[in-house]
Write a protein that binds this ligand. Sequence first.
Ligand SMILES: [Zn+2]
Length: 279
Amino acid sequence: MSPLPKVSPEVARRRAIFLTSSVVVLVLAVGALFLAARSYLAQGQLPLPGLPEAGAAEQQNTVAPPECTLLVSGSTVGLSREKARVLTDLAARDQNAAEPVSNTEAKVRVLWPEQSGQAAGVADALRGLTGPALDCSATLGPAQLQTMGPMGLTPRAEAVWNAVAKVFGTLPAGGFKPGGVTTGHIPGSSHYEGRAIDYMYRPITPKSIRHGWVLAQWLVAHAEPLLIRTVIFDRKIWTPGPAGADAWRPYTVTHGQVDDPSLQHLDHVHVDVLRNTGA
Ligand SMILES: [Zn+2]
């Protein structure tokens, strides 16, 4: 090995100063860059790549409540209004034809394959075996004040009458007559304006209660297009509301004998339609 060339002390001193200065400058430059980057990030001026903005993340987590819910074997299942109409039509027709619930169950499997695993529970709920199982949100459109026609019903109430008859056949009913009714109902009743129908389910038996719930649930599913404002049956009342609201609630008799089965609506389904917009 050849010996290293000799360097004079002066050159060695200059090299040492140059190296030390370079290291100091480099450390200062890196430190300044780090501080600048941290400052920008703190002000939110540099979005982090690959991460969604906060607003977008919140929107992804927001799930709109379903238009309708059905209580099946103690659990709530969401469904569209359209599906609720189809299923309540099915329940009405099967009830009229005295089809066994097992037949409704088989049809539920076809119409609502997502719930085929609990089709028996769905069929029971639709056929009124579990009381008020179906609830739908509804926003009623504009409506003008109407006068009663020859049947003693306003055109909107007559539309309900016709729609129900088309699916259920002609049901025993009261609370209206040609020329109007003026007695037999609470003061200010919608019956006196021809806006209400009472579908009778007498005598009161477990079967009549089941059948009443089939109609009551059908009315709830069809409330929006028919502008239905109230459904009352079996000591429960439903009025249209936003999705997620608890629309079926206890109905309290406020006039007359409070334990009267008729006033409690155990023997009939009451339905009335909008008077005019918002009323
Ligand atoms: Zn009534």
